[in-house]
Write a protein that binds this ligand. Structure first.
Ligand SMILES: [Zn+2]
Length: 391
């Protein structure tokens, strides 16, 4: 009897301690020492497929960044950072989203490019952000830090690539007097850092299992319809390769990686998530306490899928661990690009620094939908880390 009582008391004390520690650790870790910062450039957060940002009315009701845990941007800004939530097309290709991002950052009309719009069969110009730029200034002294969640990862990498290299295709097709400075290139140095968050750099097998792929589409559709009021493009005769979904097939993602290298002016970080665990038979299954129920069936499907893509890429068991929508291995870094596990003493530009894998599902880095995650510490620490890096 006494043993049971002791056990109960021990349990209660443990619970109280763990709650105290939860808040205690949070408060301690949230202190930032601004005197250690070398820079404090603007942070631009770019959402994923079916997502939304601060230009969308729905953001006030439900911030994509923070969700039920409260607006992450406001929290970070109160700690001395300058953070902004961009709004790009929920289902647009990485190219189109990057054009939209440029227009928002510079307060200009979205220019998808003469050559691109002709080839992909849509209008050249889109939304006008004149007089309502997302950030106060953007040039080589007022650099930015980019963070992209999910397909926002390909978006920010595309943006960084065009800023650095411009577009030879657009330069060739456009009257120089009408050419957007974006397509001129030579602006790689305007981007201080890139951080990918659960981004399918090498594609995802959620799209490769064709027979069952429909299972997840209603979820994405429902979330998109519910949350996204912005920029649902009226023209939709776009060619197949000009949609976000296209870039998430492994063969297409690997081809895209060839065009999106790392650049020597920029720091790179990546966070991958996993909310699955290995089973006795070698497959991976959702950890139900960590995985939104909406993702569990796709998690289990990805966790059991191996095969060969149409392009001949072999999907082996290293692809089984996942966050419900993206394979953990795919979110670590684009294959073949310079990369290393994060080591605080060895962070250099032009190399992906792979952060320790987050125990959480695909939406955990947004703050979670029904599984609320406290992400404030994580982002405070990460932004503080970036501000401490040499300029
Ligand atoms: Zn397009």
């Amino acid at each position: 009897m006494q043993a049971i009582l002791h056990h109960l008391i021990y349990k209660v004390i443990s619970l109280v301690l763990s709650i105290t520690m939860l808040f205690g650790v949070g408060e301690t870790a949230l202190q930032v020492d601004q005197s250690a910062w070398n820079t404090n450039y603007s942070y631009v957060f770019v959402h994923g497929l079916s997502g939304w940002g601060s230009y969308d009315d729905v953001y006030k009701l439900m911030p994509y960044w923070g969700m039920f845990g409260g607006d992450l941007m406001e929290y970070l800004n109160n700690r001395g950072f300058h953070t902004y939530a961009a709004s790009v097309g929920p289902t647009d290709s990485a190219w189109d989203r990057a054009c939209e991002l440029y227009a928002q950052l510079t307060g200009t009309v979205t220019d998808y490019g003469v050559a691109h719009s002709e080839r992909c069969k849509h209008e050249r110009f889109g939304k006008d952000f004149t007089g309502r730029a997302l950030i106060p200034a953007f040039d080589e002294t007022n650099k930015i830090n980019l963070l992209g969640h999910s397909f926002g990862g390909a978006t920010v990498r595309m943006f960084a690539a065009v800023m650095a290299q411009g577009s030879a295709e657009e330069r060739a097709a456009t009257d120089p007097a009408e050419l957007s400075p974006y397509f001129v290139g030579g602006k790689g140095g305007w981007i201080h850092s890139v951080t990918s968050l659960a981004a399918p750099h090498n594609g995802t097998t959620a799209y490769s299992d064709d027979g069952k792929a429909d299972e997840q589409t209603p979820l994405q559709k429902a979330l998109g319809d519910m949350m996204s009021s912005y920029n649902n493009r009226t023209f939709d005769d776009r060619i197949e390769s000009d949609h976000a979904n296209y870039d998430m097939y492994i063969d297409n993602a690997l081809a895209l990686n060839e065009k999106l290298p790392v650049f020597a002016d920029t720091y790179y970080f990546s966070y991958a998530c996993s909310a699955t665990e290995k089973q006795a038979d070698g497959t991976y299954k959702a950890i139900n306490s960590k995985m939104e129920f909406l993702f569990r069936s796709s998690a289990n499907r990805i966790g059991a899928f191996t095969g060969v893509t149409d392009g001949g890429y072999v999907i082996d068991e290293t692809w089984l661990e996942n966050d419900g929508l993206v394979n953990t291995i795919s979110a670590k870094a684009p294959f073949g690009q310079p990369q290393q596990d994060y080591d605080a003493d060895r962070v250099t530009k032009g190399v992906w620094n792979i952060m320790p894998t987050i125990l959480g599902d695909h939406m955990s880095l947004e703050g979670g939908l029904f599984h609320v995650n406290d992400i404030k510490c994580l982002y405070t620490e990460h932004l503080d880390r970036i501000n401490r890096l040499p300029a």
